[in-house]
Ligand binder design. Structure first.
Ligand code: FES
Length: 234
């Protein structure tokens, strides 16, 4: 089938601002958008800049705005997209070139919530593994699925407007540890998330939940962290 693409292009060396360019390629209906972008890059314009690695929805490299909504280019099929397919870089992060943005502000928000297991010092060298029941593991199962693609955070209008907000992905990753029965750092994280750039910036828009390619209930996780900040995590 013939596929028409409208790609937002930006080269900092030659362009004063981003602009759309149109491309027409041949593709199979079962091809993914990532395949189409590869065809443009490999057969029509080698200067097209994009990130991708696994091509299977695991690494989180290729989040883009596809026909107005955040998607992974490797997880959408051409047959499911209306044409022309409009592709833009994710929003709210500094644009570097074409579909490549500076992810550092996103990862700064992620690091700020201490996304690792914190244990009391006297438990530093436990005599045996830290036992967890099936129910305790289930409590945070959904938020273990995050691949840090930034699709949720960069779909959030609060994040676009407020440089202090850590964003949905950071809160999802805080949730993963706050509700882990082995972790003892919940109070520390909840104090951070009760601060100026924290969880109460969320206005429950639900864009994050719609954008997540892993199907994480992002807004629910944020609500649970809000409740934990107010009433405790147990
Ligand atoms: S290329 Fe890895 S998630 Fe799409």
């Amino acid at each position: 089938m013939e596929v028409k693409l409208r790609l937002l292009r930006y080269n900092p060396e030659t362009d004063s601002e981003a602009h759309f360019e149109d491309y027409t390629i041949e593709a199979s209906p079962m091809d993914r958008l990532l395949d189409c972008l590869h065809t443009v890059k490999w057969e029509q314009d080698g200067s097209l800049a994009l990130r991708r690695s696994c091509a299977h929805g695991i690494c989180g490299s290729d989040a883009m705005v596809v026909n107005g909504v955040n998607r992974l280019a490797c997880k959408v099929l051409v047959k499911d997209l209306s044409q022309p397919i409009t592709v833009e870089p994710i929003r709210g992060l500094p644009l570097i070139k074409d579909f490549i943005v500076d992810m550092e502000p996103f990862f700064a928000g992620y690091r700020a919530v201490k996304p690792w297991l914190i244990v009391d010092e006297h438990e530093h060298e436990p005599a045996r593994e830290r036992i967890q029941s099936r129910e305790e593991r289930e409590r945070y199962d959904d938020t273990t699925k995050c691949i840090l693609c930034a699709a949720c955070t960069t779909s959030c209008p609060i994040y676009w407007a407020d440089g202090e907000y850590v964003g949905p992905a950071a809160i999802v990753n805080a949730h993963r540890f706050i509700f882990d029965s082995r972790d003892t750092g919940s109070r520390e994280r909840l104090e951070i998330l009760s601060g100026k750039g924290g969880v109460f910036k969320c206005r429950t828009v639900f864009n994050c939940t719609d954008a997540c390619p892993r199907g994480i209930k992002v807004t629910l996780a944020i609500q649970e962290v809000k409740q934990a900040a107010l009433y405790g995590s147990q």
